[in-house]
Design a protein around this ligand. Structure first.
Ligand SMILES: Nc1ncnc2c1ncn2[C@@H]1O[C@H](COP(=O)(O)OP(=O)(O)OP(=O)(O)O)[C@@H](O)[C@H]1O
Ligand SMILES: [Mg+2]
Length: 386
């Protein structure tokens, strides 16, 4: 989502008004006395005056005093070029510049000084060209027009402020949206990393171990054992391939089917029993159908815990207690292996299983506890409300 940054610049309507003053002044010029030089001079000064409106932010950044002074001088020069029509130009241009003063200066004293400056120019020109009496009369007319402009300027400024506020809210909304998008991307990346770890990476690591074992048996001439390992490896590769396909299907279809968690966990435990020679007690009890996400997360947590026991624990006994209840899933898997210091999981390269456990538990609002001490075995507990 991209929001257009620039709203209609407030200078544009003012420049439009300057052009109207210009056209009207030229229009009222007595055609019999048309003087090409004065029209050209007037046009040039008007263009300069309008250009300063547009380029103020660039040319007079933080120097508004100079800006308003220069605009006053330009207006005065205009009057010198078109003497007989100076009033028309002044009555149009001075209220415009005064309304800009109010909008930009904000400080009352500065505004008053600017107003006096422009009235002064007007008075001076009026007295210069028409004498004192006419000058004073024209000044009162200018004041009347300026008052109307002041009221217009006030409402215009308020409208502008409301517009700016809306704009800044839109920017905030845009940046919040960007942050949300980044967070979503980050969450998706982590989810993919976990799935890759718990399926392909675990699978390939298992295949590698088995192939290495098979090679050792081959070298020792134990063909039958080697053949058996290769058969089991083939089964495992098929299984991993199916899982990879399931992940791809999930990503493509975003389906949330109902899955029998008991069957999935039983298969996992059965596989673990076949793959290790450990003494395994306990099982999974209860029946529960859950959505794909919950099923996948619980299953991969169980798998990672079991794979870690197989890979690292050097245990002789494993106790599995998984209970599937209507309102919660309870898992406790304990080994009597070498244990480890579990203070900083997931901080070293190539070891992402434990951090994945924590992230998965969090994703399903579960409570995960890892208790392990060197030489005292490991016990991992998970409680998930359903
Ligand atoms: N049951 C366990 N018994 C003993 N040590 C364990 C056990 N579980 C984990 N560990 C230790 O914790 C470390 C981190 O485990 P983790 O699962 O995060 O990574 P990994 O198994 O080494 O690699 P990965 O899971 O990414 O393939 C392991 O390297 C191991 O030293
Ligand atoms: Mg691991």
């Amino acid at each position: 989502m991209k929001i257009k940054k620039d709203i209609l610049a407030p200078e544009l309507p003012v420049v439009g008004a300057v052009l109207i003053v210009y056209t009207a002044t030229i229009f009222f010029q007595d055609r019999a006395n048309w003087n090409l030089n004065s029209i050209l001079g007037f046009s040039f000064l008007i263009v300069l005056h309008a250009a300063l409106y547009l380029c103020r932010k660039v040319l007079f950044k933080n120097r508004l005093g100079i800006y308003f002074f220069v605009q006053g001088i330009l207006i005065f020069l205009l009057s010198l070029v078109i003497k007989e029509l100076y009033q028309a130009a002044y009555l149009g241009l001075i209220p415009l510049i005064i309304s800009q003063c109010i909008h930009l200066l904000k400080d009352r004293i500065k505004i008053m000084s600017a107003v006096l400056y422009y009235y002064g120019i007007y008075m001076f020109t009026g007295i210069l060209f028409d004498g004192l009496r006419n000058g004073l009369y024209a000044l009162s007319l200018l004041m009347l027009i300026s008052s109307a402009m002041l009221a217009y300027g006030y409402f215009y400024t308020r409208q502008l402020q409301a517009h700016e506020k809306t704009q800044s809210l839109l920017y905030e909304l845009e940046s919040a949206y960007d942050k949300l998008e980044a967070m979503t991307r980050e969450a998706e990346r982590q989810k993919l990393a976990r799935d890759l770890h718990d399926t392909l990476s675990q699978g390939l690591a298992g295949v590698l171990m088995k192939l290495e074992a098979s090679e050792v048996h081959l070298e020792n001439g134990n063909l039958e054992k080697s053949r058996e390992i290769i058969r089991s490896t083939t089964r495992q590769v098929r299984c991993n391939l199916n899982e990879a396909r399931a992940i791809i299907q999930d990503l493509r279809l975003c389906r949330e089917d109902s899955k029998n968690l008991r069957t999935a966990i039983d298969q996992e435990i059965e596989y673990f029993k076949n793959e290790t020679q450990l003494l395994i007690a306990g099982n999974c009890s209860g029946e529960l159908s859950v959505n794909t996400t919950l099923c996948k997360n619980v299953l991969y947590i169980v798998r990672e815990v079991l794979v870690n026991i197989k890979k690292h624990a050097k245990a002789s006994k494993v106790l599995i207690n998984i209970t599937l209840e209507a309102d919660r899933i309870y898992m406790r898997i304990e080994d009597n292996g070498i244990g480890f210091a579990c203070s900083r999981p997931g901080t070293s390269y190539g070891h992402y299983g434990l951090i994945g456990l924590k992230e998965r538990a969090k994703a399903i609002h579960g409570e995960l506890t890892i208790e392990s001490h060197a030489k005292c075995g490991t016990c991992i507990t998970l409680i998930v409300p359903v």
